[in-house]
Design a protein around this ligand. Structure first.
Ligand code: AMP
Length: 238
């Protein structure tokens, strides 16, 4: 077992690893940002902040933000920066973010990145952000996205092609009927990839230039990718 794989296991046992401050998980739709964020939450005990999940919760509750977001998300387009920034600002005020947090799916535009950088600088930047970009090729992403199914009860993620549940259509843990996200269809995936290439790829370049940045290959087993992220974060925090 490599030292970082060991760290992943050890962190799980003890929860004692040092919190790493703010971490950004970047990458195209389907690279596994959510899956990796959940691994890192177990290891570091800091929260995952997924703007996609927060927006979906607003849609489910029918809030004014949810009403605006619903249509845009359904088409695979981005929700306007000002609305997402405000939502993230509110989430970052929660006390559980004090030792750090894992931003999953934010920032997705240069406008959001500038907003976040400004906010962190204004707070004194005790621990500057580390950005990790997860890379997976296009055809693999298409299979991941169109095959993805979620348990609505425990949020376990399956893939009908690569990681199917034992009983077709039902969660192994809860027995609940699995659901597919409305935007996980091939057509919406293509639009999300267009938004990624046009608006989010420059964010990756922005953080690459700033230096506290790493790229990891996302086409490997979950634990191996998590170990790669831990390695990168430990190296960049030195
Ligand atoms: P995700 O769950 O991260 O794939 O996000 C699903 C959808 O939510 C995206 O296709 C966007 O419509 C919207 N969304 C999530 N995060 C953002 C963000 N940072 N900025 C704008 N829109 C977002």
């Amino acid at each position: 077992m490599s030292s970082s794989m060991y760290a992943v296991e050890k962190g799980r046992e003890t929860g004692s690893n040092t919190a790493p401050g703010p971490i950004l998980l970047l990458g195209a739709p389907g690279v596994g940002k959510g899956t990796q964020a959940k691994e890192l939450v177990k290891l570091w005990g800091i929260p995952q902040i997924s703007t996609g999940d927060l927006l979906r919760a607003n849609v489910a509750k029918g809030t004014p933000l949810g009403k605006v977001a619903k249509e845009l998300m359904g088409r695979g387009e981005l929700v306007p920066d000002s609305l997402v920034d405000e939502m993230v600002a509110a989430r970052l005020k929660e006390p559980d973010t004090a030792k750090g947090y894992i931003l999953d799916g934010f920032p997705r535009t240069l406008g959001q990145a500038n907003w976040l950088d400004g906010r962190l600088a204004a707070e004194g930047n005790a621990l500057p952000v580390i950005a990790v970009s997860i890379q997976v090729d296009y055809n693999q992403l298409l299979r991941r996205i169109t095959g993805r199914r979620n348990c609505p009860v425990c949020a376990t993620i399956y893939n009908i092609f690569m990681n199917p549940p034992k009983r077709d259509g039902f969660c192994d843990v809860e027995g609940a009927a699995l659901v597919q996200r409305a935007d996980d269809t091939e057509n919406v995936f293509k639009e999300r990839m267009r938004a990624y290439a046009g608006l989010t790829a420059p964010v990756v370049e922005h953080y690459r230039q700033l230096g506290r940045f790493a790229e990891v290959n996302g086409d490997r087993p979950i634990q191996v990718i998590a170990a790669g992220i831990v390695d990168a974060v430990e190296r960049l925090r030195k």
